[in-house]
Design a protein around this ligand. Sequence first.
Ligand code: UD1
Ligand code: CA
Length: 452
Amino acid sequence: MNIVVLAAGQGKRMYSALPKVLHLLAGKPLVSHVLETARQLQPEKLVMVYGHGGEQVRSALAGDDLHWALQSEQLGTGHALAQALPALSDAAQTLVLYGDVPLISEASLRRLLQAGQEGLAILTVELADPAGYGRIVRDPTGRVACIVEEKDAGSDEKAIREVNTGIMVLPTARLREWLAALKNDNAQGEYYLTDLVALAVAAGVPVHTAAAATEWEVLGVNNKLQLAQLERQYQSMLAERLLLAGVRLADPARIDVRGSLTHGRDVFIDVGCVFEGEVELGDGVEIGPYCVLRNVRLAAGCRVAAYCHFDGATVGAESILGPYARLRPGAELGPEVHVGNFVEVKKSTIGAQSKANHLAYIGDAEIGQRVNIGAGTITCNYDGVNKHKTIIEDDAFIGSDSQLVAPVTVGRGATLGAGTTLTKNAPAEALTVSRAKQLSLSNWERPKPKQK
Ligand code: UD1
Ligand code: CA
């Protein structure tokens, strides 16, 4: 089959510089959801009709399998499909999808294709409030006669609740002739794709309908209210899936997954968490409230307290993180590591059982096992031009408020006294202190206020 995705419209009602089909749903452009579903059907030809935001749309959507058809003026959905004609193979049926109807399911499309094996088939849905949609008009025997657009409909037709979702499958060989016959003498002065239905009926081509599996999967996005509503719909569907797969969610209405979230058994996620990109949570992982995890792997048994922000990090089993911890790209933590409040780790490895429990910056560092990093420790990794590495070997103890001016190495089992500014390597097993000696002056007197 051929698939044509119509995505040339401007989306005026989005009030945005971004073309409508590039607005994000669950972290992904609307039209990418459509393309993903389209590819599951393994079409022979996959054609995108684009227009508004031309290059922006093209460069945002990768894929060698995509054919591009430019519709430089938006003269209607029929005119849009006509632009795709040269790319279609005549021998196969053509399925028309909309770039702004992102949640259409593979199951509904397969049902539609089944119905449209011969002739033409329309995916329809019964709506309590059909306003705005094209209505499916049937003859007295129940056969489809035509589709009437809302703006061209009389009051009888407006009362019809079965509507056109816009998604149809058509006999490609007939399209050239039918599309050439379309007229734009209607309320909107557009070439309507929907008028092909009456042409098919007149030509004696059978017209079938298939019902969409759910109402929300055929909902389009025309403004940001609808976008937000679909986002909630999609998120609640994902939350339901997680719950049924055994994840415990404190509140299924307060989780957002913008990418893929894979998980083991007995995972718990508290309220307000956002998952982006690819996130993997091992068995028994617990995530506290209001955490943001992006491209993160947490091994089994990790516990993350509230308000953590992790991006591009991996964490070994049974580690304890947060509250208020930040892991940045390249943070690789071993098992049973503790990273506490206001600790930032970037492009660093931290070995098993090491701890940085309070207020520290660890950047471009290699930290061994069982290392203790005191509060206020900073790796001074940046000289204004270059980044340098800090190495801290196993069992070292870094006293509070130390600065490690990289490149520098702290040897195995070394101790740094509190407040050390380390500019040379600290030898193994020894105590290194750089602070000035402590003095006490017994003959010193505190200034006194003047007597009045
Ligand atoms: C269309 C259908 C209507 C259906 C509704 C479902 C027609 C005439 N009407 O109406 O029966 O109930 O969808 O949502 O088909 N587009 C182009 N080029 C154009 C015009 C539109 O690519 O010149 C694309 C848009 O980007 C969009 C899709 O086609 O993805 C639908 O266009 P839109 O203007 O939203 O159609 P509706 O008026 O909603
Ligand atoms: Ca629309």
